[in-house]
Design a protein around this ligand. Structure first.
Ligand SMILES: [Zn+2]
Length: 476
C-alpha cells in the first residue's frame, strides 16, 4: 500500500536519525519562528544567506524571527558565485560564535590559508548562535558542518530543489584541493516553502530532477551489491524513497514549466533520499557510479564556458551513461559465464593495485584508486562464489534490475523534458572523455558497483564498449 504525503513524511521522520521536523507547503516560511523556538528555545539565531537568497527569502525569515522576539543576526555572503570551500567553513564557524567581523575578514581574504580541519571542533555553548540556513546546497552544507563543529544543530530553509543534501548527513566541501565528504548530522528541521522553491532558477530545479533520477541506476547497483552480499539492502532506507521514485520523476515537463506541485514532488523525493541516507548511515541509497563521473569532474575542476557545472548537471550525464551500460548488460546471457576461466583470469591484489596506480597516475589524487581497490579487493574464492551465484540466478536478477533501472532512451527523454543536460557535450564533456573516465569510475570508490561485477565475470568490455561504438548511446 502506497502512503499519502502526510504518511510518507511521518514515516520518514520516524526512521530519520537527525531530522525531526519537515514542513513543506506554499508559504511555509512563516513557520520559521515557531519551529525555531520549538527546536532551540531561548537561543539566538544567525540567518545565513547570499546576495541571491537574501531578497528571495532571507530578509523575510530574518524579519519573522525578530518579530517573534528571537534575538537574530544576519550574514549575507557578498559573492556572485562561491563554492563549498574550506575558507567558507571557517567563515561560518565565526558566525556561530557571533564574530561577524571575523567572518567578513575571512570572506574577503583572497590569500586565505586553510586551517586544520581537525581543530575546528569546540565545546558546545548556549551562547552560540543557531544557524538558519537560507539558500541552496552550498550554504546548507556550510551550516551543517559548522553547526556540528559547535555541537549543535540548525534550521534550513532551502531556496531550490537542486540537490538531496538538505536532509543528508555529511557535507561535501573542498579541502586541500580535494572534494571531501565531512561527516556531520543532517538538520533537525527543514522548512520547504514551495512558492520559493518553485520560483528558483529553472536550471537549479532541473539539476535537482537529475540528482533524484540518479537514484534509479543507483538503486539497481545497490541491488547488485545486495546480490553478491557486499552491502545488503536496508529495507527502511530502500522503501522510504524507492517506492515513490518513479512517481516523483513522472512529470518532467511540469517540472520544467515551474509547476509548484511537480517541483514539490522533486523536493520531497530529494528530502526522502537524504532521509534514506540518514537511515542507512551511508550514501549507498543515493549514489553509485552515476555520481562518480561527477566526482571526477569536481576533482579535476572541470569547467564549461569558464564555469564549474552544477552537481545535478554532472550527475545527469553519469545517470544516463549508467542506464546505457545497463541496457548493454541486459543483452547478455550470463547463464553462459565460464566461471573457471573467469577465476583463472582474476588478478592478484598486487596486480590490481598496480593497475590502479597506472589509471590514476595523472589524477589530482594519484593514490585514490590504490587505496579504494585495496579496500574492496576480493580473492579468487570469493569471486568464484559470486560468479556461480550470478550464473545460477541471472534470469531472476535480470528481471529485478530491469524493473528498477530505466532504459537509456527513457532517461534521456526525461532529462530533455526537465531541462537537464541530455548529452555530455552540454556540460562540455566529450564522449571520448566520458569513455576514458570508466576505469577511474570502477576503481575510485570502495563500494561494490556494476563494473566490479563485470570485471569479475569477464564482461566489462561487453557492457562498456558498445555504449561508445556504432549505434551506441554515446556513439563516438
Ligand atoms: Zn547527488
Amino acid at each position: 500500500m502506497k502512503k499519502n504525503f502526510q504518511e510518507r513524511i511521518a514515516h520518514a521522520l520516524s526512521i530519520s536519525t537527525d531530522t525531526k521536523i519537515f514542513e513543506m507547503g506554499r508559504g511555509d516560511a512563516v513557520k520559521a519562528p515557531a519551529v525555531f523556538q520549538k527546536c532551540f528555545p531561548g537561543r539566538k539565531a544567525m540567518v545565513v544567506a547570499d546576495i541571491h537568497t537574501w531578497p528571495v527569502l532571507g530578509e523575510k525569515v530574518y524579519a519573522l524571527l525578530r518579530d517573534a522576539g528571537v534575538v537574530t543576526e544576519k550574514y549575507i555572503i557578498d559573492k556572485e558565485v562561491f563554492h563549498a570551500e574550506w575558507k567558507y567553513v571557517e567563515m561560518v564557524d565565526r558566525l556561530v560564535e557571533g564574530d561577524l567581523a571575523g567572518a567578513k575578514r575571512i570572506e574577503d581574504d583572497a590569500q586565505h590559508q586553510e586551517a586544520d580541519a581537525e581543530k575546528a571542533f569546540v565545546p558546545a555553548s548556549d551562547d552560540f548562535y543557531i544557524l538558519v540556513s537560507v539558500g541552496s546546497g552550498v550554504i546548507n552544507d556550510l551550516c551543517k558542518l559548522c553547526s556540528h563543529h559547535h555541537g549543535q544543530s540548525y534550521l534550513t530553509l532551502p531556496t531550490a530543489a537542486s540537490v538531496d543534501g538538505y536532509s543528508s548527513f555529511g557535507a561535501s566541501i573542498s579541502y586541500q584541493h580535494s572534494k571531501q565528504t565531512f561527516s556531520c548530522p543532517a538538520p533537525v528541521a527543514i522548512i520547504a516553502d514551495t512558492d520559493i522553491i518553485a520560483a528558483a532558477p529553472k536550471e537549479m530545479t532541473a539539476a535537482g530532477y537529475a540528482d533524484l533520477a540518479a537514484k534509479v541506476p543507483a538503486g539497481a547497483e545497490w541491488m547488485i551489491a545486495d546480490f553478491v552480499g557486499s552491502e545488503p539492502i536496508i529495507p527502511e532506507a530502500w522503501h522510504v524513497l524507492q517506492d515513490y521514485l518513479d512517481d516523483f520523476l513522472s512529470r518532467p515537463e511540469a517540472v520544467a514549466a515551474g509547476d509548484p506541485d511537480a517541483i514539490a514532488d522533486i523536493f520531497e523525493g530529494l528530502t526522502l533520499s537524504g532521509i534514506a541516507m540518514q537511515a542507512a548511515r551511508s550514501s549507498r541509497p543515493a549514489s553509485c557510479c552515476d555520481h562518480l563521473f561527477s566526482h571526477i569532474l569536481d576533482m579535476t575542476e572541470h569547467r564549461y564556458n569558464g564555469k564549474l557545472q552544477s552537481h545535478g548537471f554532472q550527475v545527469a550525464v553519469g545517470t544516463m551513461t549508467m542506464c546505457a551500460v545497463f541496457d548493454e548488460l541486459f543483452k547478455l546471457d550470463l547463464t553462459q559465464i565460464d566461471v573457471d576461466a573467469c577465476v583463472k583470469a582474476w588478478p592478484t591484489l598486487e596486480q590490481e593495485q598496480q593497475r590502479a596506480l597506472e589509471v590514476f597516475k595523472d589524477f589530482p589524487a594519484p593514490r585514490l584508486g590504490y587505496t579504494q581497490i585495496t579496500q574492496k579487493y576480493e580473492d579468487a574464492g570469493e569471486v568464484r562464489r559470486q560468479l556461480e551465484k550470478l550464473k545460477a540466478e541471472w534470469p531472476a536478477l535480470k528481471e529485478k534490475l530491469q524493473g528498477q533501472v530505466w532504459p537509456f532512451a527513457r532517461m534521456q527523454a526525461a532529462f530533455k523534458a526537465a531541462g537537464a543536460p541530455y548529452d555530455p557535450s552540454m556540460i562540455g564533456v566529450s564522449r571520448v572523455q566520458l569513455r576514458d573516465m570508466f576505469p577511474k569510475v570502477q576503481l575510485m570508490r570502495f563500494r561494490y558497483n556494476l563494473l566490479d561485477l563485470a570485471k569479475r565475470g569477464g564482461f566489462y568490455d561487453a557492457i562498456v564498449n558498445p555504449v561508445f561504438a556504432k549505434g551506441g548511446a554515446w556513439e563516438i
